[in-house]
Design a protein around this ligand. Structure first.
Ligand SMILES: [Zn+2]
Length: 171
């Protein structure tokens, strides 16, 4: 088997270079996690995933369960840390806005579904359990929306904040 066969069977159309997640769990070859990786758990199946830091805030597919999950942005990371072209930032911004809008629309749909399910849940325990995945998805989408908002804030922030002392004006 050749070593350079990367599973690149992406969805049709999306041909731009993608940062892909990988399993961060023990494999026969061992795990390769670097300082540049973001390590997080899939909110759906709990699988431990790792992705290059450039994947922060992006939506990726879990290698284990195939669900779309958003990569968390580390607290101490800013878009400035990524050396990206202004054009790339703009592209990311549009992508992020679209992702946010999709997440918001989906949350509205899910909340309606949840309302209906809750109404039925009064009648049976099984129906109650059926609401768990919906709740999980809403929670995940809410996380994504927050990530998207933070990313938009980051992307639209002035590029080089002057290290001034204007925080003294707060008092
Ligand atoms: Zn998963």
């Amino acid at each position: 088997m050749s070593e350079d066969t990367v599973a690149a069977a992406g969805p049709a159309g999306e041909t731009e270079e993608q940062v892909l997640p990988r399993s961060a769990e023990e494999t026969p070859e061992g795990t390769e996690i670097s300082d540049m990786d973001i390590v997080f758990d899939c909110p759906y199946c709990g699988h431990n995933l790792a992705i290059d830091y450039r994947g922060a805030g992006l939506q990726v597919m879990c290698v284990q369960c195939g669900e779309a999950v958003s990569v968390p942005i580390p607290e101490d990371m800013h878009i400035d840390d990524l050396d990206v072209e202004p054009g790339e930032i703009l592209k990311q911004l549009f992508k992020t806005r679209r992702m946010l809008r999709d997440a918001e629309n989906r949350i509205v749909e899910l909340e309606e579904a949840l309302d209906a399910a809750n109404a039925r849940a009064l009648e049976s325990e099984a129906a109650m359990e059926a609401t768990y995945p919906v709740r999980a998805e809403i929670a995940n989408l809410a996380d994504q929306a927050v990530i998207a908002l933070r990313r938009i804030a980051d992307l639209t922030a002035p590029p080089a904040p002057a290290a001034g002392a204007d925080s003294a004006a707060a008092e």
